[in-house]
Design a binder for this molecule. Structure first.
Ligand SMILES: NC(=O)c1ccc[n+]([C@@H]2O[C@H](COP(=O)([O-])OP(=O)(O)OC[C@H]3O[C@@H](n4cnc5c(N)ncnc54)[C@H](OP(=O)(O)O)[C@@H]3O)[C@@H](O)[C@H]2O)c1
Length: 261
């Protein structure tokens, strides 16, 4: 019952990793789970899967919309109270070369994955600081450390998420409020259902995680002292190799994706 009496807000809770995390937090004693995403029908279906001992609140919101996030957060803070754990998980990718993608596609990925995380953080962090209690878990990706061809906007948003989180981590050093980034490799979710991936990316993915594995890491990340948890753990060595010998590793990444069009 690690999360007894805790109020937990999860963005992107209507499917995949966010949905699994909501279920798992509820099975570990959470008092209230706040499910956030754009699709209210899907959120209602997730609610049915959550431990009945846990109170579930549904807040439809597009996290890329600053005003919607402000309204949603103010509503939550007023009606439910201080959020103990915020999981910034909402995100998506669009596959394609920079030259072929529209500015609007790139903006949408950036404003959802990166700015959406900042909008939510800016709304919930002040009450955490005031109470000197709380934790933010940001779901990034291994794409926060590797540039992948045809995923520039996505990689950029996740690199940015990791950089922002690292700075905030240092700012919070002497407080009881924490932040931890969870960076998984590929996960079996609806992520690759986006039209742009059709017939392209998924066949490249050798080792694919179950959402439950990532959810376990998210629960571990909540109240962890670590900045980043890479999932699975042994992939951290690949990050180290890339950062230490980029001139050796980047050509390998490039050749692994050489057939992309
Ligand atoms: N699957 C992978 O291979 C993988 C690997 C590494 C990291 N990740 C990261 O894991 C996170 C969760 O993705 P997933 O794999 O679980 O994919 P998913 O099943 O497609 O879930 C994505 C979630 O994000 C929500 N979402 C998307 N845009 C949103 C917006 N503008 N406002 C609010 N919610 C929004 C979706 O809900 P609605 O459509 O209802 O809004 C959905 O609940 C993402 O940040 C992704 O980048 C995924």
């Amino acid at each position: 019952m690690k999360f007894k009496d805790q109020i937990i807000a999860i963005t992107g809770a209507s499917s995949g990793i966010g949905m699994q995390a909501a279920i798992d937090f509820s099975n570990n004693g959470a008092k209230t789970i706040i499910l956030i995403s754009r699709n209210i029908t899907k959120l209602n279906k997730v609610k049915e899967k959550i431990n009945p001992d846990c109170n579930v609140e549904i807040y439809p919101c597009d996290v890329s919309n600053k005003k919607m996030v402000a309204d949603m957060s103010n509503n939550i803070l007023e009606k439910i109270g201080n959020v103990n754990i915020l999981v910034n998980n909402a995100g998506f990718g669009i596959y394609g070369r920079v030259i072929d993608q529209t500015i609007e596609d790139i903006e949408k990925v950036t404003s959802t994955n990166y700015l959406g995380m900042i909008y939510c953080t800016k709304m919930f962090l002040p009450s955490m600081i005031k109470k000197n209690q709380g934790h933010i878990v940001n779901v990034a990706s291994l794409a926060a450390s590797f540039g992948i061809p045809c995923m520039a906007a996505y990689c950029g948003s996740k690199f940015a998420m990791l950089g922002f989180s690292e700075s905030l981590y240092l700012e919070l050093k002497n407080t009881n409020v924490g932040i931890t980034v969870v960076s998984p490799i590929a996960v079996k979710t609806n992520f690759f259902d986006n039209e742009s991936f059709k017939g392209k990316m998924p066949h490249k993915l050798g080792y694919v995680l179950d959402p439950k594995t990532v959810s376990n890491a998210i629960l571990k990340a909540a109240y962890s002292k670590r900045l980043e948890i890479v999932v699975p753990f042994f992939v951290r060595s690949a990050v180290w190799l890339k950062q230490t010998f980029p001139y050796l590793i980047n050509p390998i990444v490039s050749s692994a994706f050489k057939e992309v069009k």
